[in-house]
Write a protein that binds this ligand. Structure first.
Ligand code: RB5
Length: 151
């Protein structure tokens, strides 16, 4: 799978740690959409936009966005059509968010979660597939209709 990752200064160190872990996983090709270096003055929407556009265009299949709380990254990423981003705090939702909701960007709060939990949630996210079950497709289509009805 082609996977993207991005973080502002609040998530920068967690991103670098998580990249080391992702490089140990088989079958994942990782693209880093920044920040490329720590800058205490950078802004989360800039990095959320980069990863969101990469996912929406199909440049990468899925993304990971990290900021201090995970809130700003998820709010900003969801502004881009085609993105289904969520702030995830547990492995159940990391898996089910993909299986039921076709979540394509997982957001983490680096100031909230420990490194091991972030790794576990990442594994659950990457190993999950959208179920394709009729009820989930029906619900996903309703979500897509909401996106297309934006005035
Ligand atoms: C940056 O200080 C912080 O506000 C940002 O990383 C994020 O937590 C926003 O939601």
């Amino acid at each position: 799978m082609k996977l993207g990752i991005a973080a502002d200064h609040g998530g920068f160190h967690a991103k670098e740690k998580l990249k080391e872990f992702i490089h140990t996983l088989e079958g994942i090709s990782l693209v880093d959409y920044g920040a490329k270096e720590y800058d205490a003055l950078d802004d989360y929407p800039d990095f959320a936009e980069r990863i969101a556009r990469a996912v929406a265009s199909g440049e990468v299949e899925r993304g990971i966005a990290i900021c201090g709380s995970g809130v700003g990254a998820s709010i900003a990423a969801n502004k881009i059509d085609g993105v289904r981003a969520a702030l995830i705090c547990d492995t159940y939702s990391a898996r089910q968010g993909v299986e039921h909701d076709d979540m394509n960007i997982i957001c983490f709060g680096a100031r909230v979660f420990g490194e091991e939990l972030i790794k576990e949630m990442t594994k659950a996210f990457l190993n999950a597939k959208f179920s394709g079950e009729e009820r989930h497709v029906r619900r996903l289509n309703k979500v897509l209709a909401l996106e297309n009805n934006n005035e």
